[in-house]
Design a protein around this ligand. Sequence first.
Ligand code: DGL
Length: 280
Amino acid sequence: MIGVYDSGFGGLTVLRRLRERLPHHDFLYLGDSGRAPYGGRDVHTLLDFAEQCVERLFEEGCRLVVVACNTVSCVALRHLQRRYAGPGSERRILGITIPAAEAAVAVSEGHVGVLATTRTVSSGTFVTEIQKLAPRLRVTQQAAPLLAPLIEEGWESTEIARLTAERYLAPLREVDTLVLGCTHYPLMLPVLRQTFHGRLLDPAPFAAERLLDWLERHPGFTGPSQGRLSFLCSGDPASFREHGARFLGAPIDEVVHIAEEAGRLQRRTSMQVVTGQILR
Ligand code: DGL
């Protein structure tokens, strides 16, 4: 079973591509939707959340975790790998930023743009990874903090979305290839296409290709599989089922609720919540 981790819904656009490429593998997706969005959070909080989430996935039996969130990949991947998947460890943690950088370098004619969350941009990881591969490539980043919440609201095809995208994309007019550096943005491709006339690059299919290649070189990390799909989320499971289906492009049936208890994410069984006022 392969663990796939994201702040909430965005990683489902990656999971969609992973399943297309690896239909016979089992996937366990963890969306930390109760604590999303991650994009504007400070680094220490992100490290803490990321540790809790990968620990949950390991406890569920995953030996391989794909961090399908650019914000976490950019800020916390090295930390997670050192802490949980160092030399000799039987666990592995992979990110999605390097496949994205490789894909951008392969197609760009000289100037790459990166549209991403505030924390991804401030980490500078995309610039570093792209320029490690192609030092002469120019990279311009743009933070777009309003886009992920707009998409979560289901407003990705509205006039508000178009105007917001136009504003964020204005400084990127000169780039030839624009990397969608946040896993929410593929849902906004139609609107982005109206506004940006260069090459729009959704890195998810490249991440899937890379994972396929990695699994061939590292057999034994996934165990016996039957193409099953299961979900954990820290937010409201009903809303995860409803909104998640748009991101995954398929219905989501069962979602297990997880919640933080003493610094660890634990499975929650159904709990009766008493609401209303007590009048004396
Ligand atoms: N999915 C996250 C990413 O790819 C962004 C959403 C968030 O801010 O939580 O960066």
